[in-house]
Design a protein around this ligand. Sequence first.
Ligand SMILES: Nc1nc2c(c(=O)[nH]1)N[C@H]1C(S)=C(S)[C@@H](COP(=O)(O)O)O[C@H]1N2
Ligand SMILES: [Mo]
Length: 164
Amino acid sequence: MRKVCLLLFPLVFSLSVAAVGYAQDRMLRVVAADGSEHALSAQEWAGLPRITIQAVDHDGKDARFEGVAARDVLKLVNAPLGKDLRGKNLATYVVAEAIDGYRVVYALTEFDTDFTDRVILIADRRDGQALGTKEGPLRIVVPGEKRPARWIRELVSISVKRVP
Ligand SMILES: Nc1nc2c(c(=O)[nH]1)N[C@H]1C(S)=C(S)[C@@H](COP(=O)(O)O)O[C@H]1N2
Ligand SMILES: [Mo]
C-alpha cells in the first residue's frame, strides 16, 4: 500500500500542477455549435484584434470599454456569420455563462455586421484599467440596452447553439 502511494504521489502531484496551470492560463471557454470546445488562453486572447467602445453603465456613467468584439471570438469556433447567416442558421443563438451561474442569451444576428452596427464587446478594461475581480477579468458589454442585464460579469464561457 505504502509503495503504491509512493509511486502514485508524483503522478497525482504533476497532474494537479498541470491542471492548475491550465486553469490559470485559460481566459475563456468557447463552445462550437457541435459541442466541441476551444479553451482560449491568455496568450491567444492577447493576440486578438482589440477595439474600444463607449457605453453607459448601470450607474448611468459613460465609460470607455476595451476588449475584443465578441464576434471575433465566435469566429474561432466557426459560428455561421456573414454570408453563412441565412436560412436554418438564423436559428443560431449564443449563451454566455458566468462564474456565479448567471446565464444570458443573444441571437447570433446581434453579432453580425450585416445585421447591425452595434458591437457587443468582451471587455477586459474600463477607462484604461483592467476590470476588477467582481466584474472581470472579462465582462460582456452590450451598448445601447435600456437595462444592462446582459452585461454579464465574470464571464467564463460563451457557446454557440442551434435551436433543435
Ligand atoms: N455574472 C453576473 N453578471 C451580471 C449579473 C449577475 O447576477 N451575475 N446581473 C446583471 C444585471 S441584472 C445587471 S442590472 C448588471 C448590473 O451591472 P453592475 O454590476 O455594473 O451594476 O449586471 C448584469 N450582469
Ligand atoms: Mo438588473
